[in-house]
Design a protein around this ligand. Structure first.
Ligand code: SOE
Length: 387
């Protein structure tokens, strides 16, 4: 069987999620090519060596430059923070390696466009890690919308709320620094909902937004991984991204949208929801109940109308047949396995994976427009970018 040799950059939270996906995807899906876990890359040799052994990687590298020089790497998967994305993608494209890059694609629109153009010029395959598209319930929402089940869409309403930084003593991790993350919950959380809005409703034409940083200084961390960190007191640093963002938007097709994303909502751990209202019905999703989709149809008899809860665990639902019998639900980590399955299939078929960097650029255009709107306190037209 054809092999696709993978090099993964990063071994913390996303690196672990992606490693798990490469390791298990072949157990559940019959793939046209086998992903081979060739090398894990990280700057701390002790840390990456231990993770490589634990996660099942054949080898490790301590620099992405060394990884890209290897002839036995076909696909580079980037889970490093956003400030490293452009440099690595441009080098990977130059080296003729396919690229899977975590979201948000870049620090800003300019960098994302340069990455997209470099990848297209090199003729490599490229995908962005908007994993929530691959929740079976989100795929069912797409199917019902495409079948006209809710008619003409008028509203998209999304929220993405977390609370891991609500404690003022939580340290200044990289996600709170603009030069590394590009933005706060706008790029980290709302980017997922922007991508889902594009996927389910259509292109976004103009936005108006506001943002707020409630806690402006935090302690410099002594250690951090994923969404946790420690500090031993001492020096303080400036928070340079927003803690919360709210924005309204109009789709090109006339529908209205709103998204709120915040990390300051006690009790909301990874609370991602959206509701879509159409002329004939509504769909409502919450990631906390990721195996369910709420569906209201005006065509139901009036005495029997109401939001019905669809258990998205039937074999005819996207990806589900590969897992368990009906009712045996799946979780967050399965969305990464679905991403890897689709990525491997696309590369093996010489097709562009979706969402590609073109979708990452579309998302970044909205993110940058919201930032500009919050600064200028006016509506901002979202630029349409072509190659
Ligand atoms: C942190 O906010 C985070 O890990 C995001 O970066 C991920 O994209 C999201 O899936 C979970 O929360």
């Amino acid at each position: 069987m054809k092999q696709i040799n993978v090099g993964l950059i990063g071994y913390k939270f996303m690196g672990k999620a992606h490693s798990h996906a490469y390791k298990d995807v072949g157990m559940f899906f019959d793939l046209p090519a086998q992903p081979v876990m060739k090398a894990l890359c990280g700057r701390d040799e002790a840390g990456v060596k231990e993770a490589a052994a634990k996660f099942g990687w054949e080898s490790y590298e301590t620099s992405w430059e060394a990884l890209l020089q290897r002839e036995d790497i076909d696909l580079v998967d980037i889970t490093a923070p956003s400030d490293a994305h452009r440099e690595i993608v441009e080098a990977a494209a130059q080296a003729g390696k396919h690229v899977f890059c975590e979201k948000p694609l870049a620090l800003n629109l300019e960098d994302s466009v340069a990455m997209w153009r470099a990848a297209e010029k090199a003729g490599i395959k490229h995908m962005v890690g908007f994993n929530y598209r691959r929740v079976p319930a989100v795929q069912l929402a797409k199917r019902l919308i495409d079948e006209g089940a809710i008619g003409e869409i008028r509203h998209f309403r999304g929220t993405y709320l977390q609370d891991f930084i609500v404690d003022p003593d939580f340290p200044l991790v990289w996600r709170l620094k603009r030069e590394i993350a590009g933005s706060g919950p706008l790029g980290d959380l709302a980017s997922h909902l922007i991508d889902i809005a594009h996927f389910l409703v259509g292109d976004i034409g103009e936005v108006i937004g506001m943002e707020k940083t409630f806690i402006k200084e935090r302690q410099i961390p002594s250690s951090m991984t994923g969404l946790s960190a420690t500090s031993k007191g001492g020096a303080m640093g400036k928070v340079t991204v927003e803690d919360a963002t709210n924005f309204l938007f109009q789709f090109d097709n006339g529908a209205l949208g709103s998204i709120e994303a915040s990390r300051m909502c006690p009790g909301r751990k990874n609370y991602q929801t959206f509701e879509i209202n159409g002329s004939e019905g509504s769909l409502s999703f919450s990631f906390e109940r990721m195996n369910e989709l709420e569906f209201f149809s005006r065509s139901d008899a009036s005495y029997a109308q109401g939001f019905r809860t669809i258990q998205v665990t039937e074999p005819e639902h996207a990806y589900v047949e590969a897992w368990w019998p009906p009712g045996h639900v799946i979780g967050y980590e399965h969305t990464f396995i679905h991403e890897v399955k689709d990525l491997i299939e696309a590369i093996a078929a010489d097709k562009m994976p979706q969402p590609s960097f073109a979708d990452g650029v579309k998302c970044q255009a909205v993110v940058d427009s919201v930032i500009e709107s919050a600064k200028t306190r006016r509506w901002v037209e979202v630029p349409k970018v072509t190659l």
